[in-house]
Ligand binder design. Structure first.
Ligand code: NAD
Length: 295
């Protein structure tokens, strides 16, 4: 049993805190904006409410925060009454909010000056997973000390993955969300075009689930080509660009604006003046890396 202070008991923080209690840990919480229902949900199962961070920090083994944005994390960690200015420096601080990696690194650096150890451990998946304790948790911080936090994080997640030095949890989370959030619009535009084109939605989803469109390049086309250093065609980029333009033109004729497609046309166009024109479409990974001075 550990003593845990929890900061921010909102949509995600409340079920996460409840799971720590369910696993037998002693929990205090601080959230100046929490409502009566939330406070009751926690206090009824043995949690203690604190009205400021100095009181929350006293005799804790761990402090966990689950806050909306980086500024909130900086306020609770580095503010006048923040974690950095408390006497208890034996605790380990785990921030589970989704914030900029640079903010995680900066907060950790400052806390280190008081010998307070920090891990960044943002979560993926939905509120139902927070309730069931089946979150995916991506952790950055000391590898040697990771086992100390793993036991606590296992109470809230079914997949707790060590990603690297401090900031790596935030980096992995943001990279994952970048792909998921951009492909969300791509999916929405694609299915709108399916509907407007008079194609059966179920048929289209089943069909596309067998191609790079539905399986995703990372799982489908890249492993067979560019990731094993084979960039010979294959499906040439010049033909991929032709098909992209066909889709955009067809979309226009159906009254659907394909903004995702339009935003990448110029990347393929730039490749047309290079050797990549006649190389495999997965070679665009190398083209993008070169364009960003990688390799
Ligand atoms: P939320 O707004 O529901 O909860 C945040 C809580 O923090 C609120 O109760 C608020 O009162 C409290 N808070 C704000 N400032 C505070 C302060 N200075 N001190 C103490 N408490 C403070 O947000 P959420 O949905 O629980 O999300 C929290 C984090 O988790 C965000 O970074 C979000 O991006 C991330 N996240 C959310 C989901 C989701 O589905 N909601 C999923 C994955 C990750």
């Amino acid at each position: 049993m550990k003593n845990i202070g929890f900061i921010g008991v909102g949509t995600m923080g409340l079920p996460m805190a409840l799971n720590l209690l369910k696993n037998g840990h002693a929990l205090s919480f601080y959230d100046p904006f929490s409502d009566k229902k939330t406070i009751e949900a926690l206090t009824e199962v043995g949690a203690k409410q604190e009205s400021n961070i100095p009181d929350l920090c006293k005799s804790q083994d761990f402090l966990i925060s689950m806050l909306p944005i980086g500024k909130n994390v900086k306020d609770v960690a580095l503010g006048e009454d923040g974690i950095i200015n408390q006497d208890n420096t034996d605790l380990i601080y785990i921030d589970m909010s989704t914030i900029l990696p640079a903010d995680s690194i900066e907060v950790s650096k400052q806390l280190q000056t008081k010998n307070i150890q920090m891990f960044d451990a943002p979560v993926a998946r939905l509120v139902n997973n927070a309730i069931d304790g089946t979150l995916l948790i991506m952790v950055g911080g000391s590898l040697q000390d990771f086992p100390k936090v793993e036991e606590i994080l296992n109470c809230m997640g079914s997949d707790v993955v060590y990603c690297g030095a401090i900031g790596s949890g935030s980096k992995m989370k943001i990279i994952n969300n970048y792909m998921a959030i951009v492909s969300n619009i791509l999916t929405a535009e694609t299915l709108s075009l399916v509907e407007k084109s008079g194609i059966d939605q179920k048929l289209a989803i089943e069909l596309m689930s067998t191609t790079a469109a539905g399986k995703g390049h990372m799982n489908f086309s890249y492993p067979k080509k560019v990731l094993i250093d084979d960039i010979g065609p294959g499906f040439k980029n010049v033909l991929a660009l032709k098909d992209l333009r066909l889709a955009i033109e067809h979309g226009e004729s159906e009254g659907i604006e394909l903004t995702s497609g339009k935003s990448v046309v110029n990347v393929y166009e730039k490749a047309m003046d290079t050797k990549y024109k006649d190389l495999d479409w997965t070679a665009m990974f190398n083209f993008v890396k070169e364009s960003n001075n990688l390799d």
